[in-house]
Design a protein around this ligand. Structure first.
Ligand code: HEC
Ligand code: HEC
Ligand code: HEC
Ligand code: HEC
Ligand code: HEC
Ligand code: HEC
Length: 270
């Protein structure tokens, strides 16, 4: 066991060094309500608006990852989608839901960007803009992280929430279909769990659960872009994961972070 941990720590330090060399600075560990927040700013500041802050914790409590990242076409990388105000106004991206018409729990979801009307914006419009264009603005919010997630099963890292359990226990009920946008398709059969054996001898195996991941991600978020559909063919390594590839495309950014070694490497169950 000691050997395993020593090997793991050496690798961890080596890969951390690689990542730091790339990033250049040490990032501070985000607070639970900040973990998974994405700043979007391709055009906002340029147009005199504050950058947009998108919160995963709230949206993932309501929707599957699949709905946004497959059906609505958001990239799995900050700023890569290049969302325009006009797209939102036409009902794409944020505007697919934030259109002032779609309802959540009986209330209309507030609308996204709109062009300036002739007489200029009303104060209420400007308040609405600032709910999304919120970087450095601290607008009044409807959902407080700690109130909203009270009673959710806890985890040690990331948002401090065990999202997997929250879904299994019915604390959250994920919407996986947006009328008019998502396409009804037959559910693909259950896939077997995959055991991934690390290349370093003695390092605990990783049990990858297809079932558990499919609830959130469908199939298309992982295949064929992140993983080949053949066991062992993807050549996953921990260094790659730390650099945001394979499992690291989600884990470490939105799903539980990589410091939670034991949740993937099952030290106990071996
Ligand atoms: C539901 C969230 C949301 C709301 C509300 C919202 N926006 Fe946006 N807006 C965005 C996102 C996301 C972008 C893309 C940000 C980027 O890349 O800089 C954006 C981009 C913009 C841009 C950038 C220029 C361009 O051509 O794309 C402008 C200008 C803009 N919004 C104006 C507004 C105005 C004015 C309001 C209020 C009437 C508003 N937005 C409300 C989400 C929102
Ligand atoms: C309501 C829509 C929505 C949902 C639900 C959602 N995302 Fe996202 N996600 C986004 C948007 C918007 C971005 C930013 C894209 C951009 O800036 O181009 C993003 C970005 C990301 C990124 C890149 C972050 C970074 O820092 O580069 C990851 C990883 C990600 N999402 C994973 C997930 C996972 C995993 C889930 C489910 C647990 C999920 N998302 C659920 C909308 C969503
Ligand atoms: C799949 C539907 C969906 C998409 C896409 C979506 N949202 Fe939301 N969003 C919701 C719902 C539902 C709520 C909660 C109801 C409400 O506030 O009207 C919400 C709430 C919010 C809030 C309010 C937080 C608070 O506590 O007041 C912000 C800000 C927000 N979204 C920003 C965004 C931005 C920015 C995007 C695009 C980058 C986006 N959303 C895309 C469905 C969506
Ligand atoms: C999101 C899941 C996940 C987390 C969290 C995780 N790992 Fe891994 N790790 C993997 C996978 C998958 C492999 C399998 C690569 C392979 O086939 O060799 C792996 C492989 C390894 C290896 C073997 C060498 C290699 O690159 O294949 C070591 C050592 C390792 N991980 C250490 C760690 C340490 C230390 C942590 C915590 C800091 C950690 N891992 C966290 C998924 C994870
Ligand atoms: C979160 C990511 C993820 C999701 C979601 C996912 N898979 Fe996989 N899949 C994997 C990984 C990782 C492997 C193993 C790849 C490797 O070892 O190189 C795999 C392997 C496979 C294989 C090869 C199995 C074998 O025995 O050779 C098939 C087939 C497959 N997936 C189908 C699916 C289908 C169908 C779905 C949806 C129901 C799905 N996957 C959802 C990550 C995912
Ligand atoms: C497309 C995004 C995505 C990718 C890629 C991905 N995961 Fe996950 N994974 C999730 C989401 C979403 C959850 C739910 C929990 C969370 O978000 O913290 C999850 C949960 C898990 C869990 C927790 C299971 C439990 O019962 O608590 C493990 C373990 C895990 N992932 C391992 C892996 C491994 C190993 C890989 C790579 C082979 C991988 N994941 C790739 C999105 C992803």
């Amino acid at each position: 066991m000691k050997k395993i941990i020593a090997a793991a720590v050496i690798l961890l330090l080596a890969s951390a060094a690689t990542v730091l060399a790339e990033v250049g600075t040490v990032k501070r560990i985000p607070k639970p309500d900040e973990y998974g927040n994405v700043d979007i700013d391709n055009y906002s500041q340029y147009s005199g608006m504050a950058p947009v802050v998108f919160e995963h914790w709230l949206h993932r409590s309501i929707y599957t990852c699949r709905v946004c990242h497959v059906d609505l076409g958001f990239a799995l990388k900050a700023d890569a989608t290049e969302i325009r105000a006009a797209d939102n106004e036409k009902g794409y991206y944020c505007g697919a839901c934030h259109n002032g018409k779609m309802e959540y729990k009986g209330e209309k979801i507030f609308a996204a960007c709109s062009t300036m009307p002739r007489g200029g914006f009303e104060p209420a419009d400007i308040k609405r803009c600032e709910r999304c264009h919120s970087k450095g603005r601290y607008p009044d919010r409807e959902f407080d992280f700690y109130t909203f997630t009270k009673g959710f099963p806890k985890a040690r890292f990331g948002n401090g929430i065990n999202w997997m359990k929250a879904e299994e226990e019915g604390k959250i009920k994920l919407i996986d279909f947006i009328p008019g946008i998502s396409i009804e398709r037959p559910k693909l059969g259950a896939q077997q769990d995959v055991v991934i054996t690390p290349t370093i001898k003695g390092m605990p195996k990783v049990l990858f659960s297809h079932d558990k991941h499919t609830v959130w991600n469908g199939c298309e978020l992982c295949h064929p872009e992140l993983f080949t559909v053949k066991n062992g063919a993807s050549h996953i390594s921990m260094v790659d994961i730390f650099q945001g590839k394979f499992c690291g495309a989600c884990h470490g950014k939105v799903s539980f972070p990589l410091i939670d070694c034991q949740r993937c490497h099952e030290f106990r169950r071996r």
